[in-house]
Design a protein around this ligand. Sequence first.
Ligand code: BGC
Length: 430
Amino acid sequence: MLFNKDFMLGAATAAHQVEGNNVGSDYWIMENLEHSVFVEKSGSAVDHYNRYEEDIDLLKKAGLNAYRFSIEWARIEPVEGQWNEKEMEHYIKVIDYCLANGIEPVVTYHHFSSPAWLITKGGWESPDVVRYFERYAKYVTEHVAGKVKYVCTINEANMRLQMAFLIKDITERMSKQSEIQNQEGSVQVGVNLSQNQSQMMMSMMETAKAFNIDDPRKVANFVSQASEEGDLLVMKAHNAARNAIKAVDSSIQVGLTLSLHDIQCVDGGEENAKKAWDDEFTHYLPYIEKDDFLGVQCYTRKIFDANGANSTLETGPKTQMGYEDYPMGIVNVVRRCAEEFKGAIIVTENGIATSDDERRCEFIKEALTGLNDCITEGIKLKGYFAWSLLDNFEWQKGFSMTFGLISVDRNTMERTPKNSLKVLGSFIEA
Ligand code: BGC
């Protein structure tokens, strides 16, 4: 069972997670706060900024034919309206290096981190974000047109809404915990909870101050919780960027990516499951139906019963991230998306955080076998990108989550390909 040569088989990274020294970004500021909620700082990350040639060489050597990476807005426009040509040239070099090596570059224009100045201006809750993003997309496209065939405007465009649901859920659970705590007088839980809460409060206050915003609840990073309007602003920014990209070069294939769960239910959970899928996916359809492709990203499943998502119904082992190791998730989600989205589908991310690389190999085999069946069934699946090419900076959780096909010694920055890199590469016709 092999994918043919036209299929894009590759691995993905995101600028902030691998490049290092993303000093103009909102993340850099948040990581460096006194009471930061990040377990560690990104620092020089895995120095991909300087070592991209070596990393692309390793990807190529394993037989992969595509590389998904992101351009960092904070580098290109470090000050509002001022373009950094030198940084643009850097990304052109990365793209040219891919092309010279027969690797298809799939370029993301926004992957979670934003320029710090954008956040001071209201970030992703201000309607201005639409024209700012459109202007940036136009600038970048003018430089990459003729070289890049696939652009993902925004990574996990539904992440802001997912954060809103997550925070609501945590708040509800915390209030229940404090009820329990008050009833039972559990010091242990109380200390942990109050420490976390006060750390979070301090961090929120410091974040607001750093971005010159009076009310901490109004800080709108890409991964802070969205209001309903904020959720739709992301779609408007995507639509404006898509039009700007197409106006420069109509041949570029444009899409966004979504973070999706394989939503399942037991008896009684049907309505909750339907609502969850609608929140994650269906309500975005009117904004993406003109897109050339949809980037699908799935890491696990969620099982709903009559009370909501119920993780006790999951049967598989957990990954380092704490959610279920469930390789068929991506396969089920691709089938489901294909029923409702009529363009092409690209799996822009899928993978597992584990220190057991043999398990990663099995995960890849299971997922790719299922995805190959999808193609046989007639689904327009154009590519698969494993997350991630390199072990990297997993946002708040730091460097301890190992999703990579290549490990990196951060003292020497030495790269060591894992067996899973070879296994992934073995799935494409030579
Ligand atoms: C994000 C990546 C992240 C990965 C693993 C995706 O949600 O796009 O930036 O590292 O999941 O958690």
